[in-house]
Design a protein around this ligand. Structure first.
Ligand SMILES: Cc1ncc(COP(=O)(O)O)c(C=O)c1O
Length: 366
């Protein structure tokens, strides 16, 4: 029996174990400790984003970022429908209204023309999501935001290591958010980060993440708050992961290049790569040719011990965000045809070749 190939598994073979044990032995296992400071400092250096604070997952990072905008009932936030559901749920949780805009055919990311068309007098923010390691067109989205006085919250959960013209994603935003779930480019088990260049906003968000407590007066709460803090144990894993980010990114870029070469004539379509974007290649995903039964292809790969997963379903089709009147042709097409392939850093070339051979055979018989 050939080994099972999951879509993802983290590579914890660096200092992760040593740092976690060190944090454990120090007894600083809650949300204060040296590893938190070191992880946050290292993250700020890596991304070039000056003010960062660690939180307990990428979903609460988004909620905190949106909370910082002080949305009022009826305030609109433009977001892709083709995204992970947290990008949409958190807008509602922060008191806003999601307004869905379509994505581009070539990169499956927020289409600036669709965003411009969706702006109304109630629009407060744009929430671009950098899916699968690609980068949205932040130049054009920023221009739209400037023209209409809108905030930008960049969801970088899937794009640590992605740069646009050398500039890390997240640096166009009022607030950017990251996720360190077990399948992300770096992991802390569960974890997230918010990042901003705005010092005043940063202070507000740090207070909100810690129950709204006055940093200079214990148990005096100056604002509405949450407990969204990361633990020192998680930060210990994160620091060890971050030390190896260049190595992880290099391997993932080689994985994506091999998939693209092997599957070049198979009929599948990749997100278009662009010269000015260093893609972190978080999760290699492809669109199956039109008319192919995705479930059958995935079932056939599963029989060969290869896990794949469908790309995200559109949020405007889900019961709690249902918009039966809304048609987003590109989002719906990408969502119906896409699958994600095994993409973890230690995947060997032979294993990639095995996935590709199985995929080509599955498409032939589809
Ligand atoms: C685009 C996107 N946004 C937000 C999140 C939420 O992150 P977390 O799972 O850490 O809560 C994820 C994670 O899966 C994601 O992929």
């Amino acid at each position: 029996m050939r080994p099972f190939l999951p879509v993802y598994q983290p590579d914890l073979s660096g200092n992760e174990r040593a740092y976690v044990l060190d944090a454990f032995d120090s007894t600083w296992i809650s949300s204060r400790g040296a590893y938190l400071d070191r992880f946050e400092r290292a993250f700020a250096e890596t991304t070039g984003l000056p003010y960062v604070t660690a939180v307990c997952n990428g979903t609460v990072a988004l909620h905190l970022a949106l909370h910082g905008l002080d949305l009022r009932p009826g305030d609109e936030v433009i977001v892709p429908s083709f995204t992970y559901i947290a990008s949409v749920n958190t807008i509602v949780q922060a008191g806003g209204t999601p307004v869905f805009a379509d994505v581009n055919e070539e990169d499956w990311l927020l289409d600036p023309d669709a965003v411009a068309a969706a702006v109304t007098p109630r629009t407060r923010a744009i929430l671009p999501v950098h899916l699968y390691g690609a980068a949205c067109d932040m130049e054009r989205l920023s221009a739209i935001a400037r023209r209409h006085g809108l905030a930008i919250v960049e969801d970088c959960a899937e794009a640590l290591g992605t740069r646009l013209n050398g500039r890390h994603v997240g640096s166009w935003a009022d607030v950017a958010t990251f996720s360190f779930f077990g399948n992300k480019t770096i992991t802390t088990g569960e974890g997230g980060m918010i990042a901003t260049s705005d010092e005043a906003l940063f202070r507000k968000l740090v207070i909100a993440k810690g129950q709204g407590m006055d940093p200079n007066r214990r148990y005096w709460h100056v604002a509405m708050g949450f407990n969204y803090r990361m633990t020192n144990l998680c930060a210990a894993i994160g620091l060890a992961q971050l030390e190896r980010l260049p190595e992880l990114l290099e391997r993932k870029r080689r994985i994506a290049a091999r998939y693209m070469a092997n599957l070049a004539n198979s009929g599948v379509t990749f997100q278009r790569r662009k010269d000015h974007i260093e893609n972190s290649e978080w999760l290699v995903s492809v669109l199956l040719p039109r008319g192919v039964d995705r479930e059958r292809v995935m079932a056939r790969l599963a029989r060969e011990g290869i896990e794949t997963r469908p790309v995200f379903y559109c949020a405007h089709h889900m019961p709690h965000h249902l918009r039966p009147d809304l048609v987003l042709p590109v989002s719906e097409d990408v969502s119906a045809r896409g699958i994600s392939l095994p993409s973890w850093p230690k995947l060997s070339d032979a294993e990639i070749d095995r996935v590709c051979e199985a995929m080509i055979a599955a498409l032939r018989s589809a």
